[in-house]
Ligand binder design. Structure first.
Ligand code: ADP
Length: 444
C-alpha cells in the first residue's frame, strides 16, 4: 500500500512539473489529476490481468510480469494452492464419513430445522421407502405415514425410541423398525432406524415357549395335586390307593420327561458344537437303541393289550460317527420311540442305515397313521403336535423332533420327513461324509 502511494505521488509530481510550466497552478493541478486517473486505470488493468491469471484452470505457470505485482501474484497463488489442498482433504474426509454411514446396518436420515430431509443412507431409504433425490427437502412426516411415527414426532421429547412398521412389511412377514429422533446443531434432527424384526420374533418365540412350558407342567401338576387331595381326604382301599398311585406315577414320569427334554434343549443351545474328535461307534449305539425299542414296544403291547409291533432292524454299517454320543443317541431314539408310539400295535417299523454319496443315512419307516402335508413343515417346531392326545397318552413332550433337528444341525446334517396321510411315515437323518469314518479303515 505504502509503495503504491509513493509511486502515485511520484508520478503525480512528475506530471505536475510540466503542467506548472505550461499553465501555472491550474495546469499543474490538471496534469496531476490526469496522472492520478491514468495511474488508477493502470492499477485496475493490472488487477484485472491478475484476476484473469488467477482464474485460469491451471495455476502452476509463472506470472508473466515482474516486480511487486509478480510478488503479489506468487503469494496469492500459494495461498490458493493451500486452500485447494485443504478443500481436497475436507472433501475426502466427508466422503469417508459418508461411506462409513452408508455402510452402517442402521438407517440414518439428516433433517433440517423444519424436519425436511437433507440426506439419508441407503439403509434408511430401504427401511422407510425414501428416495434420496426425489424426497430431498420433503417433510419427514409427509413420507413416513405410520400413525405411530406421526404421534412420536409430535411429542416434545424423544428420549425413547418408537416401533413402526417397515416398508418391506408383507402380510405374512411384518418388518418391525425401531426409530429414534435426536436433536443436534441448531435445532437439526437426526433420525436413526434399526430393523428389529428378528429381535421381535425371538421375543415372541421366547414368550410362546415360556407359556407352553408352563402349560405343559401345569397339567400334570394339577392332576397330581388332585390325586393327593383325594388320597388325603377319602379313605380308600389298598387296591384303589394302588390305582391312584399308579396314575400319579404316570404324571410324575411325564414331568420328568419334560424336564429331561428341556435340559437337553438348553444343553444343545448353550454348548459348543460337537467335536470332530469323539468317535461314536454306530454298532454300539444301535445296540442300545434296538434293545430299548424292543422293550418299549413290549411295554406298549402289554399296556395296550394287543400284538407287539413287527420291528425290523437292518444290519448296521461298521462306521464311527464323529460327534457327541448323548446327542446322537437322543436324535435316533426320538425317531424310533415316535414310530413305536404313533404306529398302532401290530404295525410294521423298519430301521435302516446306508452309506450313500450324500453321506450316512438313517431311516425309520413305519406303517402308522401318516401325517397330512400341511403339518410337515412345522413338525419339528417346539411343542407342535398333530395328534395331541396320542402324544400325551404315550408320554410325549412335543419336543422330540425339535431336539432331533437341533442335534442334526449341530452335526452338519439334516432331518427329513416323508409322510402321506394313511400310508405311514419315513423319518430320515442324513450325516455329512465329513462326520463319518469307516471303522475298518481306521483299524488298518
Ligand atoms: P411328541 O413328544 O409329541 O411325539 P415330537 O416332537 O416327537 O413330539 O413329534 C411332534 C409330532 O409329530 C407328534 O406330536 C406327532 O403328532 C407327530 N409325529 C411324530 N412322529 C410321528 C410318526 N412316526 N407318525 C405319526 N406322527 C408322528
Amino acid at each position: 500500500m505504502f509503495f503504491w502511494i509513493l509511486e502515485m505521488l511520484f508520478l503525480v509530481g512528475l506530471a505536475g512539473v510540466p503542467g506548472w510550466f505550461m499553465g501555472g497552478a491550474l495546469g499543474a493541478a490538471l496534469s496531476a489529476l490526469i496522472a492520478m486517473l491514468i495511474y488508477g486505470l493502470s492499477l485496475l488493468w493490472k488487477l484485472d490481468r491478475l484476476e484473469r491469471w488467477l482464474s485460469e484452470p491451471v495455476l502452476r505457470q509463472d506470472p508473466p510480469w515482474q516486480g511487486v505485482w509478480r510478488e503479489i501474484s506468487v503469494r496469492v497463488q500459494r495461498l490458493l494452492r493451500q486452500q485447494e489442498k485443504l478443500a481436497a482433504v475436507h472433501q475426502k474426509q466427508l466422503q469417508d464419513f459418508l461411506q462409513a454411514v452408508q455402510a452402517s446396518p442402521n438407517g440414518v436420515v439428516l433433517l433440517d430445522e423444519q424436519a425436511r430431509i437433507e440426506w439419508c443412507n441407503d439403509t434408511a431409504a430401504a427401511h422407510l421407502g425414501l428416495d434420496v433425490q426425489r424426497d430431498k427437502l420433503q417433510h419427514i412426516v409427509h413420507l413416513v405415514r405410520d400413525p405411530a411415527f406421526a404421534k412420536y414426532f409430535a411429542q416434545d421429547s424423544h428420549v425413547t425410541e418408537t416401533i413402526i412398521e417397515g416398508r418391506a412389511s408383507t402380510v405374512l412377514n411384518r418388518q418391525k423398525l425401531s426409530v429414534q429422533l435426536h436433536t443436534y446443531g441448531d435445532g437439526r434432527l437426526l433420525l436413526l432406524t434399526r430393523d428389529i424384526t428378528a429381535v421381535a420374533q425371538a421375543d415372541a418365540m421366547r414368550r410362546d415357549f415360556v407359556a407352553n412350558v408352563s402349560h405343559e407342567i401345569r397339567t400334570p401338576l394339577t392332576v397330581l395335586s388332585g390325586f393327593v387331595e383325594t388320597l388325603q381326604s377319602i379313605p380308600l382301599g389298598a387296591e384303589e390307593t394302588q390305582h391312584y398311585l399308579q396314575l400319579m406315577s404316570v404324571q410324575s414320569d411325564r414331568m420328568q420327561s419334560l424336564v429331561a427334554d428341556l435340559l437337553m434343549l438348553s444343553q444343545l443351545e448353550g454348548n459348543q458344537l460337537p467335536s470332530t474328535q469323539e468317535k461314536v461307534s454306530l454298532v454300539a449305539l444301535m445296540l442300545q437303541v434296538t434293545t430299548e425299542a424292543q422293550a418299549f414296544s413290549d411295554w406298549m403291547a402289554k399296556n395296550g393289550d394287543g400284538p407287539v409291533h413287527r420291528l425290523k432292524f437292518a444290519p448296521v454299517p461298521d462306521v464311527h460317527v464323529l460327534g457327541t454320543r448323548s446327542e446322537l443317541l437322543s436324535a435316533v431314539s426320538n425317531l424310533v420311540s415316535n414310530a413305536i408310539r404313533y404306529t398302532p400295535l401290530g404295525g410294521r417299523i423298519e430301521l435302516h442305515w446306508s452309506i450313500t454319496p450324500e453321506g450316512l443315512k438313517f431311516a425309520v419307516q413305519d406303517s402308522g397313521p401318516g401325517i397330512a402335508a400341511e403339518h410337515l413343515p412345522r413338525l419339528a417346531e417346539r411343542f407342535y403336535r398333530v395328534d395331541r392326545s396320542r402324544s400325551r397318552e404315550t408320554g410325549g413332550t412335543g419336543l422330540g423332533l425339535a431336539i432331533t433337528k437341533h442335534v442334526m444341525q449341530r452335526h452338519g446334517g439334516e432331518l427329513r420327513i416323508e409322510s402321506v396321510l394313511g400310508q405311514g411315515s419315513t423319518f430320515k437323518l442324513v450325516f455329512p461324509q465329513s462326520r463319518v469314518v469307516m471303522a475298518s479303515a481306521e483299524a488298518a
